[in-house]
Design a protein around this ligand. Structure first.
Ligand code: APR
Ligand code: PHB
Length: 391
């Protein structure tokens, strides 16, 4: 098979890139190691910046999101037994965020891809990439007993943190920066109305908690837990009790509980690989960087990467290499700002075993400053709604 762009991975990065390239008249195929159902079974965050909403619209997949998604003008910070509202809209000059689950974004992208008759090769084994320092890169994979080969102009590595594209680059050509946090998030999805119409981020002496939602009848909650904890150790009742303890009295009272439809523990990590381009190979999304989930930047960064990449490739086929030359630098400027924000918000909201009372007093002082200073709240709001894309 010969195609202009071979995309490895059918997560949100790969699927959105496929849709944007299709709109630009560029032929692409996606090679994914799992099945479509497996990809849709993964539960991830659900807060979209306006820039992500704009890219989904540009890709022609925004209709259901605009119909079913929830626009949020604020978030709530809970500490010292009280809640404080951060008015995102006023502080950011009129912007808001869209609450719409990543699973639904992925589903919309898959439907649009099927409807347009675009090719995705699911359940591809032993995917490998070759010759990306030349102008004729190759992707090989196995399906059943058969090995197939794709010849292409470019490879997009959208295969997530555990994928093979980043690790196919010689170690001397790539630099990785990593921070692992000494705790995880225990998450529960439940068919109950959300405790509040806005997200609540809570800093509590027992640890962080987050009240989020997928819709007005589907809630998503998290509590900070230790890294060696197991989801099986938590009964539903124990989870709800722990969450209640970490909220202010009014929220604890209003919390509607029900059976968990999903319960899992995720570690928290900050990671950046530099650069993001190696000849004709581009890394995008989680393949190149990971943020801790506090602030929900992961999907938004994946979207902005592929926004830059689709534009760069469209420019290439019109005769200019400018976009592809600047791809890595352009992405990384935005990535590091989101890394900084996610690290800061994580550091502010969690209990760190090693910082002791001094660290807790500093956190309390910063939270107090944050909600009472317009300057500090503005910094949070501006980053939370998302920094603008570079043109
Ligand atoms: N070959 C083919 N596909 C692969 C391979 C491989 N060797 N390794 C991984 N994949 C697939 C995975 O099965 C997955 O479907 O690549 C896809 C990567 O998707 P994500 O992990 O969702 O990463 P990305 O598309 O960059 O999305 C970024 O979504 O995953 C969240 O936390 C993430 O919110 C962030 C955003
Ligand atoms: C979620 O809804 O899963 C979610 C929301 C906001 C975050 C992280 C996760 O900061």
């Amino acid at each position: 098979m010969r195609v202009q762009v071979a995309i490895i991975g059918a997560g949100p990065a790969g699927l959105l890139l496929g849709a944007l390239l299709h709109r630009a008249g560029i032929a692409a195929v996606i090679v994914e190691q799992r099945s479509a159902d497996y990809v849709l079974g993964r539960i991830r965050a659900g807060v979209l910046e306006q820039t992500t909403v704009d890219l989904l619209d540009a890709a022609g997949v925004g209709a259901r999101m605009h119909h079913e998604g929830l626009l949020h003008d604020g978030i709530q910070l809970c500490f010292g037994g009280m809640r404080h509202r951060i008015d995102l809209k006023t502080l950011s000059g009129g912007k808001h965020v869209m609450v719409y689950g990543q699973t639904e974004v992925t589903r919309d992208l898959m439907h649009a891809r099927d409807a347009a008759g675009l090719k995705t090769i699911y359940e591809a084994d032993h995917v490998s990439i070759h010759d990306f320092e030349s102008t004729r890169p190759i992707v090989r994979y196995r399906r059943g007993n058969k090995t197939d080969e794709i010849e292409c102009d470019f490879i997009a590595g959208c295969d997530g943190f555990h994928g093979i594209t980043r690790t196919s680059v010689p170690a001397s050509a790539i630099h990785a920066h990593e921070r692992v946090y000494p705790f995880g998030w225990l998450g529960v999805l439940s068919q109950t109305p959300p405790v509040s119409h806005e997200l609540i981020y809570s800093n509590h002496e027992r640890g962080f908690a987050l009240c989020s939602m997928r819709s007005m009848v589907l809630s998503r909650y998290y509590v900070q837990c230790s890294l060696d904890d197991k989801a099986e150790n938590w009964s539903d009742a124990a989870f709800w009790d722990e969450l209640r303890r970490r909220l202010d009295p009014a929220a604890a009272e209003a919390l509607v509980t029900g059976p968990a439809i999903e319960k899992s523990i995720a570690p928290l990590r900050s990671f950046v690989a530099e650069p993001m381009r190696f000849g004709r190979l581009f890394l995008a999304g989680d393949a190149a960087h990971i943020v801790p989930p506090t602030g929900a930047k992961g999907l938004n960064l994946a979207a902005s990467d592929v926004g830059y990449l689709s534009r760069a490739l469209a420019e290439f086929y019109r005769g200019s290499e400018d976009g592809i030359s600047h791809y890595s630098e352009r992405c990384l400027r935005r990535v590091w700002k989101a890394e900084r924000f996610s690290w800061w918000f994580t550091s502010l909201m969690h209990r760190f075993p090693e910082t002791g009372v001094f660290g807790q007093r500093l956190q309390a002082a910063e939270l107090d400053y944050l909600v009472h200073s317009t300057a500090a709240s503005t910094v949070l709001a501006e980053n939370y709604v998302g920094l603008p894309l570079e043109v």
